[in-house]
Ligand binder design. Sequence first.
Ligand SMILES: [Mn+2]
Length: 299
Amino acid sequence: MSLFPYSQIYLTKAHRDFAGIQKSSKNAYFVIVGMPYDSTTTYRPGTRFAPISIRDASINIETNSILNNIYLEDVDFFDAGDVDIIGMDVREVLRRITSIAKEANESKKILISLGGEHTVTYGIAKGMKFDSIFVFDAHLDLRDEYPLSIKYGHATVTRRICEELNPPRVTLIGARAFSKEEEEFAKKRELEIIDILRIKENLSECVDLLKRAAEESSRIYISIDMDAIDPSIAPGVSNPEPFGLSMYEFFKLLKPLLTKKVVGLDLVEVCPTYDNGNTSVLAARILLECLTSIWVNRL
Ligand SMILES: [Mn+2]
């Protein structure tokens, strides 16, 4: 039986598998899917090239985990390739992504998605069952429309998730760039925002808060927008914002969330056309640490 009996028609095998390792799809604990979409991008285009670029980077780094005492080849994952969505209408793109997320979720595989722009997260979240979503992002992505009249895009994604999917817990981590409209919506909806100043001034308090939030959750979804990390470290993103997370801060905040409760995780907004190569390598390293962390906590 194929992993994705229905959505197979929407997937194209990548020319390289993540980390150059391919295990059987049947036994895979994780399934990796590329989502090369960037048609709503308003500033620096090119995130459609991220899945290829991150896979290329992943075969050029060592497979040992920094956070866990294991190697990536000890983890059961399967790289299913990329969804066929480049340049398509956003509603069709989201429909395809949702069908894949739903199948992964129903077959009890943890879906690891490689963006693409942040918009893909809405499609994934719609196909998943979870009660808590944790979003690492410099931005709030809580605009109602952006640009005017555009409802489904990279700057409205968290707003659509809140309004249409209504998860009980929404936590935004690393925020430092937003409009008045977004701030008002966040207050009204009582979203938990762990902003950058709070992190810089009291990291351990923020880590404890996330630990508690993870304990109180039963099914966790994680979205990592690479622009949460400081652009001096991760320059290749579509909308860079100064004063971001260091790698130490990022991993300290992320680690307590990487439990057996995770149902899916995405890493979005890597933009190879504006990268010096470092951002894709960093993305590959982050994914390796996520896979190994969730794996060691699976029992
Ligand atoms: Mn962002």
